[in-house]
Design a protein around this ligand. Sequence first.
Ligand SMILES: [Ca+2]
Ligand SMILES: [Ca+2]
Length: 203
Amino acid sequence: MRTWTTVATIAATLVLPAAAVALPPDLKLDLLTDPLIVEYDDAGPSPYPEITLKLRSGRNGGTWDGIGIMSSQAAADRICFGFEITAVGSAQNDLLPVPYDVFAGLPVDPTTVFMWYTVVGDADLDRVVGESDRQILLQYYDGGIRDDRYWCQGDFNYDGKVDDTDVNVLNRLYGTSLDTIPEPATLSLLAVGALLLIRRRAA
Ligand SMILES: [Ca+2]
Ligand SMILES: [Ca+2]
């Protein structure tokens, strides 16, 4: 199996031990559209806080091209749509209302952290922004008083808070699934088209 330190781009589902989360400080780990699963010891500690910091830096304010854990596909989607529509979502399995037995086709236990490209607002990583995500956000919403929240608790911009910013994102994308946004190939073409349009306008 490839190790964390040598992987710059993941081409398929990768399962890592928690010890591998010590990502080199200057590395971009590009998940593209692929899931990343980190299993940790039942006795803990969970690597989710450290992983969340890597996602916060990879998100880079919403452009998803930063150092840390990022996605060039989410970055391309952002360019195409003009706003952050997709992201690398993340969850610690035992924090979910209904933990997964199988995630991305692989059996997982409660002490597992996973990440996957999805629509912004998809707290439970089932690939659609829907009622289950709204219920999670309602459970954790405190207007931003706490700053140690996670994506799977409704923090969709990785600022640690579950506040009105996250509510607005969920409202905007409610009902959106990965199947209802254009395919990545189409997105790439659209992105190229948008760039051409910008150049023409500039000319
Ligand atoms: Ca969902
Ligand atoms: Ca937030």
